[in-house]
Design a protein around this ligand. Structure first.
Ligand SMILES: [Zn+2]
Ligand SMILES: [Zn+2]
Length: 331
């Protein structure tokens, strides 16, 4: 099966257009929507179920008991930082190792034929990967861990309302199924906010230095962007929840950018089959900046006129929109 082609500049263009699941469409398609909910790939599988499992393991097997967060010790802080850094190193590192160090599939399915830059002045130590890793671990994992401990501190000191999966199993399951929708919406809102001129110049331009992203570019952000990005977990200040959800939400935010920034449409497995990374929409955002602010299930870009599905028509539409914006700004 042929998945895509290369243009004149050797850039890879997938045949598959960026699309949305048959859920937020009119007229409604109940059967297609239901199928998508349980299909592989679909809403929950394989990616979201993976983040939920990692989150549950992290909370139930790799976290101190909730009571110990009432006054967290130095050891707890250090342990959680290294646990989160370990998850990041293993997950981001696995994509990077296979695709960029071992180059197991060379540039097959790689959008941009060029490998990450070295000797580029815009990156710390002249290396895109080193720059990305420093920002990810130094700022990203630190702020993620800080929010996790802060929220668990509030929970352990009875400032927040907690639920139990045994007493409220339906509520627990509904949360498992909706946490990704909330993440999608939050990501979109924060992303639009940081594309506002002053915040873009202060913070988001750091992430956008990665015009040709790799897995480690996913969490390579300015600390101000990390503060906004990981604030998705603050939703639990408003709703009753189980402590595991703080961890699941932060794990989802912390790990999901790796495949989304891989720079490849698909990963080829050892048996020759390949897995779709759903990364083209966000790759186009890194390439053109002014499209696809959302990244996931909710068709927010479609609703607000900033959608780019990868086609030449969408490209023209985006150019026209930017021209119009420029004209209205200069008038
Ligand atoms: Zn990005
Ligand atoms: Zn952006």
């Amino acid at each position: 099966m042929k998945f895509g082609r290369r243009d004149r500049r050797e850039h890879y263009i997938p045949n598959k257009r960026v699309g949305y699941p048959p859920v937020f469409v009119w007229p409604v398609q109940p059967f297609s929507a239901l199928k998508w909910l349980i299909a592989i790939p679909g809403y929950f599988m394989p990616w979201n179920v993976f983040y939920v499992i990692v989150g549950l393991v992290a909370w139930f097997l790799l976290s101190p008991a909730l009571e110990s967060f009432a006054s967290p010790s130095f050891e707890t802080v250090i342990f959680l930082f290294f646990r989160n850094a370990g998850f990041v190193a293993a997950y981001f590192g696995a994509f990077h190792l296979r695709l960029y160090i071992q180059r197991r599939q060379d540039i097959k399915f790689k959008f941009n034929p060029v490998w990450p830059q070295t000797g580029a002045k815009k990156f710390m130590f002249g290396s895109q990967t080193v720059d990305n890793i420093i920002l990810t671990i130094g700022s990203g994992v630190t702020i993620w861990t800080g929010f996790e401990i802060g929220l668990l501190y509030l929970a352990a000191n009875d400032f927040l309302i907690l639920i139990s999966p045994i007493d409220q199993p339906i509520y627990f399951l509904v949360m498992i199924f909706t946490v990704h929708l909330w993440r999608d919406l939050h990501f979109y809102l924060v992303h639009r906010l940081i594309h506002w001129g002053p915040l873009y110049r202060l913070a988001h331009n750091v992430h956008h230095k990665n015009i040709n992203p790799g897995p480690w570019s996913g969490l390579a952000m300015h600390p101000v962007e990390h503060l906004l990005y990981f604030s998705c977990a603050f939703i639990y200040l408003l709703f009753p929840f189980h402590p595991a959800f703080i961890v699941i939400t932060l794990i989802h935010a912390g790990l999901s950018p790796a495949p989304g920034h891989a720079g490849f449409e698909r990963v080829v497995l050892d048996d020759g089959r390949s897995v779709d990374l759903d990364s083209y929409a966000h790759y186009l955002h890194h390439k053109y900046f002014e499209c696809n602010y959302a990244d996931g299930i909710l068709p927010l870009d479609k609703w607000f006129g900033t959608f780019h599905d990868g086609s030449t028509e969408a490209q023209k539409k985006m150019r026209d929109r930017l021209k119009e914006n420029l004209i209205s700004k200069t008038q």
